[in-house]
Design a protein around this ligand. Structure first.
Ligand code: ADP
Ligand code: MG
Length: 173
């Protein structure tokens, strides 16, 4: 089982200046995903987790508008890959996590995106990409830290850093 290690540092940090830029950043990432991948989105309410997922959906050719899976916990969309979109904000008991049936959702032809997923990351045995979102210096800017958990993601570090380089704020920018 892969446990999140508090000492793990982001491999890259990106900044967006509008919701459109967050969509564009998400769209770049579509190229790196493999069937069976899990993306954990963390960050406060309003940080942009759902907006990021909507950008992914657009880039994956999903025509149904992506909304927060408030009452269902998980939505499933057909795109280039199947997109499972979960929001586990209200889950506070491990029991409920089990009831989600994560292992059935995370199958070999889908991408699974979990908002507030840091709460359940300890049960994600195959590793995942964590994107931590936070507010930037003004109302429309957001800062996104990319953290790789597990070999499945660590081996994609160079590719990831290169993909998001146009949004990267590393090197003291
Ligand atoms: P969360 O799912 O994290 O609660 P949402 O994506 O639902 O957040 O909400 C983010 C809000 O912030 C949206 O109203 C969006 O339009 C706004 N916003 C402003 N700037 C940005 C940005 N750079 N990236 C993402 N969202 C932004
Ligand atoms: Mg949301």
């Amino acid at each position: 089982m892969v446990k999140e290690d508090a000492s793990l540092k982001p491999v890259v940090t990106a900044k967006t200046s509008s919701v459109e830029e967050t969509h564009n950043l998400a769209a770049l990432l579509v190229e790196i995903f493999r069937p069976g991948d899990v993306v954990v989105l963390s960050g406060d309410l309003g940080a942009g987790k759902t907006s990021f997922t909507q950008g992914l959906g657009l880039a994956m050719g999903i025509e149904t508008p992506i909304t927060s899976p408030t009452f269902t916990l998980a939505n499933r969309y057909e795109g280039k890959l199947v997109l499972n979109h979960l929001d586990v904000y209200r889950l506070d008991r491990f029991q409920e996590v089990e009831e989600l049936g994560l292992s059935e959702l995370i199958d070999s032809n889908s991408l699974t995106v979990i908002e507030w997923g840091d709460v359940i990351s300890s049960v994600l045995s195959e590793g995942f990409l964590e994107i931590r979102l936070r507010l930037g210096e003004n109302q429309d800017s957001r800062v996104l830290d990319f953290i790789l958990i597990g070999q499945r993601w660590v081996e994609r570090e160079i590719e990831l850093v290169s993909l998001v380089s146009s949004f990267s704020i590393e090197n003291g920018e």
